[in-house]
Design a protein around this ligand. Structure first.
Ligand code: NI
Ligand code: MN
Length: 227
C-alpha cells in the first residue's frame, strides 16, 4: 500500500493495483502548486463531503481518468448531473466490496454543502480494507464517540488519516483521543496549514503524539510512503 500526499486533505492511495484518490483540492491550494493535477492517477475518487476544499478537482480528474466517484448519494447524484458516468453511491454504515477491497462509509461530525449551494448530504469518512492493508480516512470531523464503532465493525487498521488542524475539525489533542477510539496508534495528519485558521506547529504536534506513545506523520506535499 502506497500513500501519496497531495496537500490539505487529499491523498492518493495505491492498493491492490488500483489508485484511490481522496478529496482532491489541488488547483486552488497555494501550498500544492508543485503538484501536476493532470498527472495524478485515479481509478476511484472518494469524497468525504461536499465542501469545495474537498471536491474542487474531482470533476476534472474524473473526466480525464474515467475514475468512479464514490461518496454519499447526494454528492454522487450532483456529479452525475455534471456528466460523470461512473459513480457509486453509499451512505453511513454501508460497506461494499470493490475490486481492490472493501469500503465502509462511516460517520463524521461536520457539515456538507456542494460548491453551488446544493445539499451535500451527511459528511462521512471511509474505512478501506484490503489484502495489502487497511486504513481509516476520516475526512473532516470532530472527535466523535462513533469512532469506537470502527474497531468493532472493521478489521485492524494499519494507519488512520485524521485531521489535526483544529478550528474546522479535530485538533491534535482530540486526534490523539481518536487513536484510542479507532485502536490505531499510527496517524497521517490532514487538514492543516492550508489556511490561516488551521496552521499548526509541526514539531509540537508530533511531540504531543509521541508523548502518548503514538506516531504522527505530517507528509510533505508530493511525498509518497509505503506501508
Ligand atoms: Ni469541510
Ligand atoms: Mn475541509
Amino acid at each position: 500500500m502506497k500513500i501519496t500526499y497531495y496537500g490539505h486533505a487529499c491523498f492518493g492511495v495505491q492498493v491492490s493495483g488500483k489508485n484511490l484518490l481522496f478529496d482532491p483540492f489541488i488547483t486552488y491550494n497555494e501550498l500544492a502548486k508543485g503538484i501536476d493535477v493532470s498527472a495524478i492517477p485515479a481509478d476511484y475518487i472518494l469524497l468525504s463531503h461536499g465542501h469545495e476544499d474537498h471536491v474542487a478537482d474531482a470533476l476534472n480528474i474524473a473526466e480525464r481518468t474515467g475514475a468512479t466517484i464514490v461518496s454519499n448519494y447526494e454528492i454522487v447524484t450532483w456529479f452525475q448531473q455534471k456528466g460523470v458516468k461512473s459513480t457509486h453511491p453509499m451512505n453511513h454504515g454501508g460497506k461494499w466490496k470493490f475490486d481492490f477491497g472493501t469500503v465502509k462509509y462511516v460517520y463524521a461530525t461536520h457539515s456538507s454543502v456542494l460548491p453551488d449551494g446544493t445539499y451535500g448530504g451527511n459528511p462521512g469518512g471511509f474505512v478501506v480494507e484490503s489484502n495489502e492493508g487497511s486504513f481509516y480516512y476520516s475526512g473532516d470531523t470532530a472527535l466523535t464517540i462513533d469512532m469506537q464503532l470502527i474497531p468493532l465493525t472493521c478489521g485492524k487498521l494499519n494507519v488512520a488519516l485524521l485531521p489535526v488542524g483544529d478550528n474546522f475539525t479535530m485538533g491534535v489533542n482530540d486526534a490523539i483521543i481518536a487513536t484510542d477510539f479507532v485502536k490505531c496508534d499510527k496517524v497521517i495528519g490532514l487538514h492543516y496549514d492550508t489556511f490561516g485558521y488551521i496552521k499548526i506547529d509541526h514539531r509540537a504536534a508530533v511531540d504531543a503524539f509521541a508523548a502518548k506513545g503514538k506516531e504522527l506523520l505530517l507528509l510533505n506535499i508530493g511525498e509518497t510512503i509505503e506501508l
